[in-house]
Design a protein around this ligand. Structure first.
Ligand code: ZN
Length: 251
């Protein structure tokens, strides 16, 4: 039965992943619901159902549009695969508990944000607001202990990021600030601080390496969303273990 549910969550992850790609790509352009059919971004040929099967279509067409033969960005199948794997991972780590819903929502939020941050360098407000409503309902049903932990986490997330934006002269954006507020609200203040620490550390390390190797130039905008996403998911699953280890080692 576990295998059956694992396969189920893998397929669900692939399919929803394909939908999240569309949301992340279309929402910042304001065309999410205007044109419901998917199309090739190069030749605008409307895609048929067999060109829209997550992963399989990409592999069968060898990563190219059937009409104009231009390359389809590997970002889409990569994100679909990651989404599928993350859904199975959530299920196998949590099982059928109420937290599974939170984990899947968390993964879904980050998937959409990653796509729009990669492509447009934007974290859409509508996505943050939609998930914020969802998380409020969840936290009313499953509150953090103590109850003010979620509010304090949200406040610290916004205040600290605002301070970083002011001090670093635009090292992070307004979207990052709202996202940290949201993460603080969901995870509470301790895991928020851990997420902030891990994401700035990995972000600074990777961007320095990319700068030194000439992959990116100084003053070139750099998407910070992926680092926040990976750090928040790590904090969600193993934050308490990391904090416990830290306290035991250094105090
Ligand atoms: Zn095309």
């Amino acid at each position: 039965m576990t295998l059956f549910y694992s396969l189920y969550f893998l397929m669900l992850g692939f399919t929803l992943g394909s939908f999240f790609n569309v949301v992340g790509l279309r929402l910042p352009k304001g065309v999410l619901f205007k044109d419901e059919r998917s199309y090739c971004p190069h030749c605008y040929h409307t895609l048929r159902w067999f060109e829209l099967i997550p992963l399989i279509s990409f592999m069968l067409q060898r990563g190219k549009c059937r009409h104009c033969q231009k390359c389809i960005s590997p970002l889409y199948p990569i994100m679909e695969t990651v989404n599928g794997i993350m859904f199975v991972l959530c299920y196998s780590l949590i099982g059928f508990q109420v937290e599974l819903f939170l984990a899947l929502a968390f993964i879904s939020l980050f998937h959409i944000i990653l796509v729009s941050d990669f492509v447009y360098m934007v974290i859409p407000d509508k996505v943050l607001l939609t998930f914020f409503c969802l998380f409020i309902v969840y936290r009313l049903y499953v509150p953090l202990a103590p109850w003010w932990n979620a509010l304090l986490g949200g406040f610290i997330g916004i205040a600290l990021t605002a301070a970083i934006i002011l001090l670093s002269n635009g090292g992070m954006g307004g979207g990052d600030m709202k996202l940290f507020g949201l993460i603080g609200f969901v995870l509470g203040w301790k895991l928020l601080l851990l997420t902030l620490f891990l994401s700035t550390l990995t972000g600074a390390l990777i961007s320095s390496v990319l700068l030194m190797t000439g992959v990116i130039k100084r003053d070139q905008p750099f998407p910070f969303g992926p680092f926040i996403a990976i750090s928040a998911v790590s904090s969600f699953f193993s934050g308490n273990i990391i904090i416990g280890w830290y306290v035991q080692t250094f105090f």
